[in-house]
Design a protein around this ligand. Structure first.
Ligand code: FNR
Length: 339
């Protein structure tokens, strides 16, 4: 089976609503909120673009006929609910132009959308430009996936040029760059090194949802790395790490977002926007497209209610909401010197 098709079917097979770091975050609400539903805006801003929703569809797929159909549905979903949408890594199209259409379809379906191209961290500036040109992307995501590469027998083994290449792309590309993980999270040290080379937007993509060590391991008979199934820094811990950095930058939360309450908590933890992959893909794969559109619309409505509940009139106001951390989140804070 094509690798991209296999990722989709394994992600579906492994997807289950499981406990994760967001379950150990409690929101301390105000019983007398100074807010009204009709005065509340859930819009946010990323790289100078206004997003009407604070959540978006994060990088997943493209590169085959089957995934073209998925990207088409994701683009209709994005168009009907006005969400930002990222395609999966465009490296397949750079190798084989005959599959370019499986990515370009998102622009055909949603001409005025905020659409992101995605590429691996070992890619050159030239590849990055070709990726953006593929469908006139509004921004480029560069993904970091060292644990996944190491579990794949055919994966990269030399990561020494990644930061240099990221710097070159960030400095020279005409569109904004987002550096993201793929479900393993990031420490403050990693984020600081990215910021030091000029990166302005970081998606922590933490653990607690899709696990690419689990997916890659399941693709082969010889299971060498089964102990790495839940490897990584959780999404909540990664956000707490980000908040320790004494620099302003755009923070995106993703990894293990299951429903509106997780989106809400991630925004309270300081994220400017929240990315969702598996929860949307799996809903789409087992339901009609209209049902997934209705679900996203429900999330948008629910978010307005949750903002109102804590007296927030804007997404930025959520950063002031007091939270209580427990379980592994608390241990993480103690061990890492986070107040
Ligand atoms: C992904 N993800 C991903 N990320 C990336 O940067 N480039 C890619 O090509 C892909 N491909 C991909 C395929 C499939 C089927 C899934 C489910 C995911 C990772 C994704 O963007 C995200 O970082 C993780 O999935 C964690 O988020 P969720 O799935 O827990 O919401």
């Amino acid at each position: 089976m094509d690798r991209k098709d296999e990722h989709v079917s394994l992600a579906k097979g492994f997807h289950k609503i499981k406990e994760n770091s967001f379950d150990h975050v409690r929101v301390i609400h105000d019983s007398l909120p100074q807010s009204a539903y009709h005065q509340t805006s859930i819009a946010t801003e990323l790289f100078g673009q206004r997003l009407t929703s604070p959540f978006f569809i994060n990088a997943m797929t493209g590169g085959s006929e089957k995934t073209a159909g998925i990207n088409q549905k994701l683009a209709i979903l994005a168009r009907e609910t006005k969400l930002m949408l990222a395609t999966g890594s465009i490296s397949a199209a750079l190798r084989d132009p005959s599959v370019a259409h499986s990515y370009q379809i998102v622009r055909e379906v949603f001409p005025e959308g905020i659409l992101l191209a995605n590429i691996g961290a070992g890619s050159t500036l030239e590849d990055a430009k070709r990726g953006v040109d593929l469908f006139n992307a509004n921004a480029l995501q560069i993904h970091l996936n060292a644990p996944q590469e190491l579990v794949m027998p055919e994966g990269d083994r030399d990561f020494t040029q990644w930061l240099r290449l990221i710097e070159e792309i960030t400095t020279n590309l005409d569109v904004p760059v987002i550096v993201k993980e793929v479900g393993f999270g990031m420490s403050r040290q990693t984020m600081q090194r990215l910021l030091d080379v000029g990166v302005k937007t970081i998606d922590v993509a933490g653990s607690g949802g899709t696990s690419f060590t689990q997916i890659e391991n399941a693709r082969r008979r010889k299971r060498e790395f089964s102990y790495l199934s839940d490897f990584g820094i959780t999404t909540v811990a990664s956000l707490l790490e980000a908040n320790e950095i004494p620099m302003n930058f755009e923070l995106i939360a993703s990894g293990g977002i299951r429903h509106t309450y997780d989106i809400f908590k991630a925004l309270c933890l300081g994220a400017n926007a929240v990315g969702i992959s598996a929860s949307i893909l799996n809903h789409l794969l087992v339901n009609e497209l209209e049902d997934t559109i209705a679900l996203v619309q429900q999330w948008q409505q629910e978010l307005i209610s949750l903002y109102t509940l804590v007296g927030a009139k804007t997404t930025a106001d959520l950063k002031q909401v007091p939270l209580l951390l427990s379980g592994e989140n608390k241990t993480w804070c103690e061990a890492r010197g986070i107040d």
